[in-house]
Design a protein around this ligand. Structure first.
Ligand code: ARG
Length: 575
């Protein structure tokens, strides 16, 4: 695709030998207000060297900047404002979108580099609740974005499947457990045992001691303990997998905390040798006070390993196994200190390169509006229930709009679940937000259903125009032979501009680890399309006009579909 910034940079570079091409390209801006042009070049920096006012420089430069790609070049104060020819932009953009199809927005930026995206990572035998949706959905989208940018990707679910709590769980199961109950409803049942354990342990501290001993046996690999633990893990995973299936999310590896249990001794030795490990009341710690990161507990006084130790082993293992370029942890912002400590310790241990590639991608909390949903499972809101509820509610909305709608089940699933996912990815991830059904399922707001509906509208236009017209429009678009003069209205131009920017938006989303950049952009595309749709007659009598407009409709459909795909949201053709 033609990169206008680059093309403009080359033109300006010829006129300004005192600046390098790279500097010039950096300086080119995209004005907030499109009345100020598609691109602008500020001249402040040149004033000193040229001994002229920036206004005068802008005036002189504007005279010299010429080329077919421009419709207009004009100086405004200290800026040279440049307007790209609408027809050129239309032709280039529609051609790229249609030629590249599902790959429009993809690139090979990441060729030869491996990126690990660790996300979701729920804890075994604990509820997969509404709070987990964030890591799951944000992580999945970041994975898709990096894949689209050409990186080799590895999705890791770092399951919380280890730790002293498993001693408690086993002890509780042996006391009060029942196999059938666990199999019927694993997480709820196991959680019940675990809660009971804590209640009983308040009166009888020997329970804690027993749990510690059991965990020690588990760490040693005693078969009975291992078998129970394995069973809890398998049963919990069955439940998690139901949710992953609903969200259409997969992982390449489920190497969770337990996977590192036999890999820790080596690193504990390294830590000992490095001299950074110190004794403190029987426990082993690393003092990071001088970096403002407090103290990290590495080994408890009873010798059992803990969370951060397993993370040290995991990071090093990943570096050695995948030689990652980036190792991205999509984990709540509450764990920021944990990751800062982890990365600092890796450096102190001499694993600089490993630490350099590690990135914590934090996110804020989800709050629930009071009374948002009733919970079958007590106070915890299970993600599965939320997704099911979304599908039910969507079904009601669809049937209300169209009592004879067919294929309702499938569409309601795509729209309902899509709505929850899209909502999740609508705001900057670091912000806390409140989950509200009215916002999530609003078909007219800046929501998933609205964008999906716009996509379906494009699909229905394509059908309505007829197979002949649509395929001809696509062919002409691909060969750059559409009559672009029909696509120069304000509305069409705004839409084309957004389609043109899309590949850059994907790159930005990747750089910032921020899927919401894409979410917002496709909302803008949907809004621009709907304006175009309402303002203009698309399937007109005039064949050339109809073909031109349909090529834009097809291009819009493609970009919305590609964007939704990167968010992990389905794009149904009918709604
Ligand atoms: N299981 C943890 C939790 O639910 C999240 C794991 C985050 N990943 C990591 N490598 N520490 O809080």
């Amino acid at each position: 695709m033609l990169d206008y910034k680059k093309a403009i940079g080359e033109i300006i570079a010829k006129e300004l030998p005192q600046l390098s091409f790279g500097e010039i390209k950096e300086m080119i801006e995209i004005p907030q207000d499109s009345k100020m042009g598609d691109y602008a070049f500020p001249c402040f920096r040149l004033a000193k060297e040229l001994k002229k006012s920036p206004q005068i420089i802008a005036g002189e430069l504007a005279e010299k900047i010429k080329g077919d790609i421009f419709e207009k070049v004009e100086p405004v104060n200290a800026y040279v404002n440049m307007f790209i020819s609408k027809e050129t932009l239309g032709r280039d953009t529609i051609k790229s979108v249609l030629e590249e199809g599902e790959n429009y927005g993809c690139s090979n930026l990441g060729e030869g580099k491996t990126v690990i995206v660790e996300f979701s990572s729920p804890n075994i035998a604990k509820p997969f609740h509404i709070g987990h949706i964030r890591s799951t959905v944000i992580g999945n989208s970041i994975y898709k974005i990096y894949k689209a940018l050409g990186f080799d990707t590895v999705r890791i679910n770092h399951l919380g499947d280890y730790g002293t709590q498993f001693g408690k769980m086993i002890s509780a199961y042996r006391r009060w457990g029942n196999k059938e109950d666990v199999e019927r409803e694993p997480i709820k049942t196991l959680l019940g045992y675990y809660t009971k354990f804590h209640e009983e342990a308040e009166d009888d501290p020997s329970l804690e001691e027993e749990a510690r001993e059991i965990f020690a046996k588990l760490e040693k690999g005693e078969p009975e303990e291992v078998a129970l633990w394995q069973w809890f893990r398998d049963e919990s995973l069955k439940e998690f997998n139901r949710v992953y299936k609903m969200l259409d999310i997969e992982f390449d590896s489920y190497a969770g905390e337990s996977f590192y249990s036999d890999k820790m001794p080596r690193h504990e030795e390294e830590l000992e040798k490095s001299g950074i490990l110190v004794e403190s009341r029987g426990a082993k710690i690393v003092d990071l006070e001088d970096q403002g990161l407090g103290v990290a507990l590495i080994k408890k006084s009873d010798g059992s390993s803990i969370y951060i130790t397993r993370d040290i082993a995991a990071a090093i293992y990943r570096k050695e196994t995948y030689d990652f370029y980036k190792n991205i942890y999509v984990v709540a912002s509450q764990q920021s200190l944990h990751f800062q400590q982890l990365f600092a310790i890796l450096r102190l241990m001499g694993y600089e390169e490993c630490a350099d590639g590690c990135v914590h991608v934090p996110f804020g909390l989800v709050r629930l509006e009071a009374g948002t949903m009733s919970t079958r499972h007590g106070r915890v809101v299970f993600l599965e229930d939320v997704l099911n509820r979304a599908v039910e509610k969507t079904k009601e909305i669809i049937l209300e709009k169209n009592p004879n709608a067919d294929n309702v089940e499938e569409i309601a699933a795509q729209v309902g679940i899509g709505a929850v996912v899209f909502n999740e990815l609508s705001n900057n991830r670091i912000k806390d937000y409140t989950f509200k059904w009215e916002t999530v399922l609003n078909f007219d707001g800046e929501t998933g259903p609205y964008v999906q509906y716009t996509h379906a509208r494009c699909c229905s236009l394509i059908k309505r125009a007829g197979e002949d017209v649509s395929s001809k429009a696509e062919a002409l678009g691909k060969s750059g032979e559409v009559r672009y003069e029909y696509l120069t209205s304000e509305g069409a131009h705004e839409l084309i501009k957004l389609l043109y920017q899309y590949p850059q938006v994907v790159i930005q989303a990747g750089e910032k680890y921020e899927p919401s950049v894409i979410t917002r952009h496709i909302v803008d595309i949907a809004q621009a399309f709907n304006k175009f749709y309402h303002d203009e007659h698309i399937i007109t009598e005039d064949d050339n006009e109809k073909l031109a407009k349909m090529s834009l409709v097809i291009a819009t459909r493609n970009v919305i579909r590609n964007g939704l795909q990167l968010l992990g949201v389905k794009a149904p053709e009918r709604m």
